[in-house]
Ligand binder design. Structure first.
Ligand code: CTP
Ligand code: ZN
Length: 161
């Protein structure tokens, strides 16, 4: 008889587990934190079954803890993710990232005429919350983009690079 096991990926002794990442964003987050080319031991789970999301990605990084800036950036791509800090195999803290006021560098403006796409300028968006509806306003072309649309376009923009 084959018994189903609950453990989807091996437990870690010390480090960080980023859980509940929306499916397909795991790789993006690894490259965002420049983790794809480190010596750290990383386990990544893609398209795992989840009770909260339909499918989720999960990243475990041993001997590594996120900085506050990295937590803010994570909020952009995975606002409902959970950052678990692990010590001696125990979860010692669970952090829910919060959307910051400004998002610098990491997003590309989807307005092809925007100066931030043609010059060596770092992109900058201000997060606007209209009664729970999140928009990102580009500092340069001043367009406001619905959060979900801009974020899903990032995945397409990155895969075409
Ligand atoms: N985890 C791990 N190594 C450990 C402890 C936990 O890799 N030594 C992972 C678990 O596999 C899980 C995440 O860290 O993916 C959070 O652990 P835990 O809080 O125990 O799990 P849940 O209660 O399922 O978390 P949540 O309620 O946030 O979904
Ligand atoms: Zn713009």
């Amino acid at each position: 008889m084959i018994r189903e096991k609950n453990i989807q990926v091996e437990a870690i002794k010390i480090g960080t587990v980023i859980d509940h990442i929306p499916a397909h964003f795991g790789f993006k987050i690894l490259s965002l934190f420049c983790l794809s080319n480190t010596e750290k031991r990383i386990t990544i789970g893609l398209n795992l079954p989840s009770q909260v999301l339909e499918r989720k990605d999960l990243i475990k990084i041993e001997n590594f803890f996120l900085t506050q800036d990295q937590i803010n950036n994570l909020a952009i791509y995975a606002p409902y993710s959970t950052i678990n800090c692990i010590n001696d195999y125990e979860v010692i803290a669970k952090i829910s990232p919060l959307l910051p006021e400004y998002v610098n560098k990491i997003l590309i403006c989807t307005n092809s005429n925007c100066i931030s796409n043609s010059e060596l300028i770092n992109s900058c968006f201000r997060i606007k919350n209209y009664s729970g509806e999140i928009f990102l306003k580009c500092r340069y072309c001043e367009n406001e983009f619905p959060y979900n649309i801009l974020i899903s376009n990032q995945i397409n923009l990155f895969s075409s690079l």
